[in-house]
Structures are given as structure tokens and as C-alpha cells.
Design a protein around this ligand. Structure first.
Ligand code: NAD
Length: 484
């Protein structure tokens, strides 16, 4: 099936008729769709459409806008299974993981709509008698939203909803590995009757479409989720234009396990966050930092748990699907080789899976490295796949040092019953999202989500800051004391 861009309320081809194919990572013979390989000119049209639609959409008022958005969420609620199937087909995650993603998009969207409705600004006591002082929030204009393939439905939900409810218009680009998930998102709004030009969808490459979406002078803000390298290049491109950016980037998330931890709870949470969605959550646990005197027991329980992970096509009864595409497959297998060359011990997995029909897909065994030292590349770089590195720490302080000894700062966890150490960890861990006795990936939509260090830049998404990013402040003073 051949799909099109959605620009200014119409489905349109790319201006030079070029297309690209998306393939199911569980079976690369299966083409899931053909999509416009759009040009910069197409992206320019999309930005112009959003720019033209902005004044009317902003003037509509938040209650008017909420009606469209609420209808879109209602459509989504009836479409969870269909969207999950799309996510499985394009990304490879299991159907259950797809359902979880679609359901969490409902929660993100509902929260942001409610936030928009309560966006009242603030009043303040003026220093002058007879002067009324207040601040309001205004939308920015046309904004660019650039999405990754790992949460291709939820990320549009948590970016586009605050953008739209606060009165901005949007050009959204899905990753080329997951365009149908982006279309499924936009379809909700088409069915809700959203005015033309308010939400535009464009598919194509980062260096063409993406480049136009970040450099076009009509774009007032860019919300991007993806790799740290791309995020840095976006920030460099906008340095001269002062375009506002929200960059949600990569991670190398540690789970610290102390000697007093409940090891069953620790293992459950580490294994879940390391291997769910084939380790392709930005908040996946990629380093387990375990104090020496529980290392053996922890590792034994962990390997037992990992051995039971059933890998296969996400449409069947399995625990873990393929990784998302051939580039991912190559990067992950390369890192597994690097880990072995660096002298880490391959304690489990490490291979591409090819038996029982898996040879047609991008399947990798859940992989555990032990005896990993902090200087190794597998302990420092984001692998973004089902590969967990186990590092040993001498004590709590050492574990904390190791946890922070990376360029990334997205999420972390500590497993302990010691309240004092738990709070010391919460205070000192250099991340935007942290946990005690919970997995590194746990989050809820009512609180902000964003990384520090090389994991993020700008006002974080979700929670109250979700809306803040897409609005600017205007402060007013009114003198009503007209008597002389
Ligand atoms: P990516 O950087 O390759 O691509 C992300 C998006 O940016 C895609 O739509 C891509 O087409 C586009 N893009 C690429 N080059 C561009 C350019 N020069 N200008 C504009 N757009 C460009 O990332 P990915 O592989 O799709 O996603 C995986 C990465 O995303 C991982 O590093 C992961 O940790 C990160 N991630 C972070 C979060 C978070 O919230 N921090 C959430 C999900 C994923």
C-alpha cells in the first residue's frame, strides 16, 4: 500500500514522486508500506500550511481546541488493538507492548488536555495602588515535532497534544522506520474534524525534511526526540535563529543494587527494563551496578530470569520481539563484538537468532555481559538494544560514582531498603528521572520527563512543563486608579 503526506488538510504525494519502503523487522520480506521520500519543498509547504492555520487556531480558544482533541482521544480509545498491531508490524514490539504504548498515549493526552484547560496564567499583587498585574501564556506559532521509532505513537501524543491544546500548529515527522504509527496518530485528528493546516504529517529523511523543519524561519519551536548526535546537530543549526528547542535524547541508564536489596525485586525490575521492547526504551536499564557481596547471587538469579525470555515475532506469544531494523541489528551485534574484544564476559546470549523462521527478521538473543569495567565502550555508549552490562561496585559510594560516570543523564534506579542511602542516591544521581526499588523506565504523565547532561536540553516534556515549552509568557500591568 502506498501512503501520502498530510499537508493542509489533504493527502498529497512527495513533489518529486520518490518513495521509500518500510519493512517488518520480524520478517524483512514483508513491506508494510510505501511512503513519500519527501523533499525540502514538501516540508516547506507543510510549514507554510501550519503557519497560515495558526491565527485561527490560536483564536479559537482553549475550550474550542479541547473539543477537537478530546474527540481524537475518544477515537484512540476505540482503536487500541489496531494501533498496537501497527506498532508491532513496524517496530517489532510485542502486541502487549504496543497496547501498553497506545494506552499510555491516552493518559498523556488526557493529562495535557486538562492542563491546557487549566492554563490560567497568574495574577500578582502590584507594588502600585490601583494597578492590576497579571501574566498570561501565549502559543508560539507553527512548531516542528520530530519523532523517533521506539515510541512512535506515544511520543507524538506527548508532544503534539500540549502543542495543539495551547494553540500552536504542528508539522510532525515520524521516523522512517515507523511512518504508519505517525499516520495512525494523525488519523485520530482527521476524524475529530481538526481544521486544515493545524496538524501536518510529513515523511522522509532527517537531512532533507528534518533539516527544513529545523531551519525554516516560520518554525517557532522544535520538539525533538532521538539520538544525542542528532540532537546536538539540531542545537547547532538553530544557534543563530534562537528557535526554541526541546531535545529528548539518549541514555545509559544504571540500576544500582545494594547489599540489602530484595534481590528478587531487583532482578525483576532490571530484567524488565533491560529487555522489554528489545532494550529499545530510552529509559531501558543498560548497566546493572551491583555491590560485590551480592554480585554472585544477583547474577545467578538474573541469568535464570533472562534464560526464560521467549524471543519471536511480536504477533505471537513471546516476551521479546525483534530489534527495529537492519541498522539496529548491525549496531547491536557490533557492540556485542566490541564487548567481547574489550574483555567483558559474555554470560548469556550474544547472537543473532535464526532458527524456527527467525532468520528473516532482526532477532537478537537477550544478552548479558558480566565483568564489565567502567572504561569499556559497552559501559559508556548507548547500545539501544537487548544488551545488559553488569558492573561490580565495592560499596554504595563506589556504585554512585560508577552510575554517574557516563556522559548521559536520563534515568536511574537504586535497589535498597536503606532509606538514608536511597535519599543520598536520589540527591546525587545525575539524571532527570530516578527511582527507588522500581525500574529505570517507570514514569507517569503528570510529571515532567527529560534528561540532563547529554540526555536532554530545554524544558522537558510531559507534566506541567509539557505545556510550558509550547507557550511564551506575556506580563501586563493595568492602571485602573484614574482619580487624580
Ligand atoms: P535519530 O536521532 O536517528 O532520529 C530521530 C528523528 O530525527 C527521526 O525522525 C529522524 O528522521 C530525525 N532526524 C535525523 N537526522 C535529522 C536531522 N539532521 N535534522 C532533523 N531531524 C533529523 O534517533 P532514533 O534512532 O529514531 O531514536 C533512537 C534514539 O532516541 C535513542 O538514542 C533513544 O535513546 C532516543 N530516545 C530518547 C527519548 C527521550 O525521551 N529522551 C525517548 C525515545 C528515544
Amino acid at each position: 500500500m502506498e501512503y501520502q503526506n498530510y499537508i493542509n488538510g489533504r493527502w498529497v504525494k512527495s513533489s518529486d514522486d520518490q518513495i521509500f519502503e518500510q519493512r517488518n523487522p520480524a520478517n524483512l520480506d514483508e513491506v508494510t508500506g510505501k511512503w513519500p521520500k519527501s523533499t525540502r519543498k514538501d516540508a516547506q509547504h507543510a510549514v507554510e500550511a501550519a503557519h497560515e492555520a495558526f491565527p485561527a487556531w490560536a483564536d479559537l480558544g482553549v475550550h474550542g481546541r479541547a473539543e477537537y482533541l478530546t474527540k481524537a482521544v475518544d477515537v484512540l480509545k476505540g482503536r487500541i488493538d489496531e494501533i498496537a498491531a501497527t506498532l508491532t508490524e513496524e517496530n517489532g514490539k510485542t502486541l502487549e507492548e504496543g497496547r501498553t504504548e497506545a494506552k499510555s498515549a491516552v493518559k498523556e493526552m488526557e493529562f495535557q488536555i486538562a492542563q491546557g484547560l487549566s492554563m490560567c496564567g497568574e495574577t500578582a499583587q502590584s507594588a502600585q495602588k490601583g494597578v492590576f498585574a497579571y501574566a498570561i501564556r501565549r502559543p508560539l506559532g507553527a512548531v516542528s515535532i520530530i519523532c523517533p521509532w521506539n515510541f512512535p505513537f506515544n511520543v507524538p501524543g506527548r508532544k503534539c497534544t500540549p502543542a495543539l491544546i495551547s494553540g500552536n500548529t504542528v508539522v510532525m515527522k515520524p521516523a522512517s522506520l515507523t511512518p504508519k504509527a505517525g499516520k495512525a496518530f494523525v488519523d485520530l485528528f482527521i476524524e475529530s474534524g481538526l481544521p486544515r493546516g493545524v496538524l501536518n504529517l510529513i515523511t522522509g529523511g532527517g537531512s532533507t525534511v528534518g533539516e527544513e523543519m529545523i531551519t525554516n524561519p516560520m518554525v517557532e519551536a522544535i520538539s525533538f526526540t532521538g539520538s544525542t548526535d542528532t540532537g546536538k546537530s539540531i542545537q547547532q543549526s538553530v544557534a543563530k535563529s534562537l528557535t526554541r528547542t526541546q531535545l529528548e535524547l539518549g541514555g545509559k541508564n544504571p540500576a544500582v543494587v545494594l547489599e540489602d536489596a530484595d534481590l528478587d525485586i531487583s532482578v525483576d525490575n532490571v530484567a524488565k527494563a533491560a529487555f522489554a521492547c528489545a532494550g529499545q526504551w530510552c529509559t531501558s536499564t543498560s548497566r546493572a551496578i551491583v555491590v560485590r557481596n551480592v554480585l554472585d547471587v544477583f547474577t545467578k538469579k538474573l541469568l535464570q530470569r533472562v534464560k526464560n525470555i521467549r524471543v519471536g515475532d511480536g504477533r505471537s506469544d513471546v516476551d521479546m520481539g525483534p530489534v527495529c531494523g537492519t541498522d539496529q541489528l548491525k549496531t547491536i551485534l557490533d557492540y556485542i563484538n566490541i564487548g567481547q574484544e574489550e574483555g567483558a564476559c559474555l554470560a548469556h546470549g550474544g547472537n543473532r537468532l535464526s532458527d524456527n523462521g527467525l532468520d528473516k527478521g532482526c532477532f537478537v538473543e537477550p544478552t548479558v555481559f558480566t565483568e564489565v569495567t567502567p572504561d569499556m565502550r559497552i559501559a559508556q555508549e548507548e547500545i539501544f538494544g537487548p544488551v545488559l552490562s553488569v558492573l561490580v561496585a565495592e560499596d554504595f559510594q563506589h556504585a554512585l560514582e560508577l552510575a554517574n560516570q557516563v556522559e548521559f543523564g536520563l534515568s536511574s534506579s537504586i535497589f535498597t531498603k536503606d532509606l538514608s542511602r536511597a535519599f543520598q542516591f536520589l540527591e546525587k544521581t545525575e539524571v532527570g528521572l530516578t527511582h527507588v526499588n522500581m525500574m529505570t523506565a517507570y514514569r507517569e504523565p503528570q510529571l515532567s520527563f527529560g534528561g540532563v547532561k547529554s540526555s536532554g536540553h530545554g524544558i522537558p516534556e510531559s507534566g506541567k512543563t509539557g505545556l510550558e515549552f509550547f507557550t511564551e509568557h506575556k506580563v501586563a500591568f493595568v492602571n485602573y486608579n484614574m482619580t487624580p
